[in-house]
Design a protein around this ligand. Structure first.
Ligand code: PLP
Length: 517
């Protein structure tokens, strides 16, 4: 295994650097800016009065500053990031280059459709492909994140029942307790009461509890399949019948479709609405790599005898193709739709990224990505088999899909070393930590997802690291409490770091606080 030591610089904030004066500016840039401003002047009302308090530095200083910061950080370009569920999947560089092409980034959302036909064609085809991949009848690309897609979906469910005249009755959304936290939050934001259903020992939804909860008030059910435990819900067809039987709708959280993509489709399982995270499954970066996009797909479920379908209720614009004119245009949401849930139509760059990814993979490639992701999860679990310190709760003997949740509870009971300490030990061994303490139904949870592109060697090294941490914990339980030792920042006081009085969201706030003490 490679020895890991992270760089440690005492690097000031960029604002704390001394100002080098106007002379250090790269001259052509200044001229460019002046020329741009002459040609396309910024409206007077938008010009800021006081200049930003940023020191003027030389190019070399600036590059060194950010290079040092990057050396004190850890990312997918350095090593594995098996952060379950929210994992950085493959971010192909070819997509980076194409998605940031001037012909994409130079466009403005207010340009006439005739001038952006190429872009609209890509978005139109993406809508079609995503509908195909999910087994739905149509998609919108409007929401800016997964959770935003969920809000779009739950508002659509609300509108559906409202148009059917049963808004007052249908006020509950059922969510399993293994769900991503955004699910109950989105349902509550859309005005529903959230009914939580426990997970059975076999990893499926507890059907007894579900049957008891489903009733006249059930507006719908939100579920991730495979669940956050990485387990495929074996009763999904029965669940769909139950919910549809009381007039409810089925919502699919498809943030991590890479567990089944190309093999199974939510539309075929009985789902009516689904969102996807292009910044997880479809290779757009996230977590500081830029904004995401959460397309929402739906079936053309008729809304009573209104002549409308669910597709008419989805928020945001849709790209349509006018065959007579041979023109791609934008159809704005109609009066029965949820409307707009953000100012502009689409977060174009991550969507183009997803388009390039799907185009370059093709249907077979998408299947292959799923196969590789699932095989790697299960290979990892085979390496952990027989472990005393880490158990695999729920679904005993069942294979996992894209991710697996280990529990460090046996280790904690024996040694007092917790999931948090294990995570710090992994940092010291050159790995990004797994998602910890989620899902909430697993004690001392370590939620691990390698993704389709991680190497076998790294997966083996990761399993070895977990075992080494277990051994050290048994020999000397105090040792792990000191970790991490090899990272640029040691163990932080998490409560202090998250306290609103500690956090300074901007430089100005920081300065003000420093003045007032
Ligand atoms: C990441 C994730 C979400 C939320 O997506 P965001 O883009 O972060 O808002 C929802 N559900 C699941 C299962 C996820 O993994």
């Amino acid at each position: 295994m490679r020895e890991y030591v992270q760089a440690r610089w005492s690097e000031p904030l960029i604002m704390e650097y001394p100002d080098r004066g106007p002379a250090v500016y790269a001259a052509p840039l200044e001229e460019d800016l002046e020329r741009l401003n002459r040609e396309r002047p910024v409206p007077e009302s938008l010009l800021r009065r006081d200049p930003p308090e940023i020191p003027r530095l030389t190019e070399t200083e600036l590059i060194r500053h950010y290079t040092r910061l990057s050396q004190m950080s850890y990312g997918v370009d350095q090593g594995p990031v098996p952060l379950g569920s929210c994992t950085m999947k493959y971010n192909p560089r070819v997509a980076l280059e194409l998605a940031f092409d001037d012909r994409v980034t130079g466009l403005h959302p207010h340009m006439p459709v005739e001038e952006v036909q190429g872009l609209l064609q890509m978005l139109y085809e993406l809508q079609e492909w995503l509908a195909h991949i999910t087994g739905m009848d149509g998609c919108i690309l409007h929401p800016a994140a997964g959770a935003h897609g969920e809000l779009a979906g739950t508002l659509t469910i609300r509108r559906y029942h409202g148009l059917l005249g049963r808004a007052g009755v249908k006020d509950e959304i059922i969510v399993p307790d293994s769900a991503h936290g955004t699910n109950p939050a989105s349902a509550a934001m859309a005005g529903f009461r959230v009914v939580e259903i426990p997970t059975a020992e076999d990893g499926n939804v507890d059907m007894g509890a579900l049957k008891a909860a489903v009733g006249e008030r059930t507006a719908g059910l939100m579920i991730t399949n495979p669940s956050t435990l990485g387990l495929f819900e074996e009763h999904i067809l029965e669940i769909a019948d139950l919910i549809h039987g009381v007039g409810g709708l089925l919502y699919y959280d498809g943030a991590n479709l890479n567990g089944i993509m190309g093999y199974a489709r939510p539309g075929d399982m009985g789902f009516d609405i689904a969102h996807l995270n292009v910044h997880k499954t479809f290779s757009a970066p996230h977590g500081g790599g830029g904004p995401g996009a959460g397309p929402v797909c739906a079936k053309a479920v008729p809304v009573g005898d209104t002549g409308l379908t669910l597709l008419d209720l989805l928020p945001g614009p849709r790209v349509v193709y006018d065959e007579d004119e041979g023109l791609y245009t934008i159809r704005w949401p109609g009066r029965h739709s949820v409307g707009l849930i953000r100012a502009y139509p689409f977060n174009t760059i991550p969507l183009i990224w997803a388009y390039i990814y799907i185009l370059s993979m093709g249907p077979q490639g998408l299947r292959l990505a799923t196969e590789a992701a699932v095989a790697k999860t299960n290979y990892f679990l085979s390496l952990m088999k027989g472990s005393k310190g880490y158990s695999l709760p729920y679904g005993k003997g069942r294979p996992r899909k894209h991710e697996a949740v280990l529990s460090a509870e046996p280790l904690r009971r024996e040694t007092g070393v917790k999931a948090d300490d294990v995570a710090k030990g992994l940092l010291d061994r050159g790995f990004y930590a797994p998602t910890i303490y989620f899902p909430l139904i697993v004690d001392e949870a370590l939620m691990i997802e390698f993704t389709e592109t991680e190497t076998i060697e790294n997966i083996e090294a990761y399993a070895e690291a977990l075992k080494e941490i277990e051994e050290i914990s048994k020999r000397n339980p105090q040792e792990p409490k000191k970790w991490p030792l090899k990272t640029s920042v040691g163990r932080i006081d998490q409560v202090y770091a998250n306290h609103p009085r500690t956090m300074a969201p901007t430089w100005r706030v920081y300065l003000k606080r420093r003045q007032t003490g």
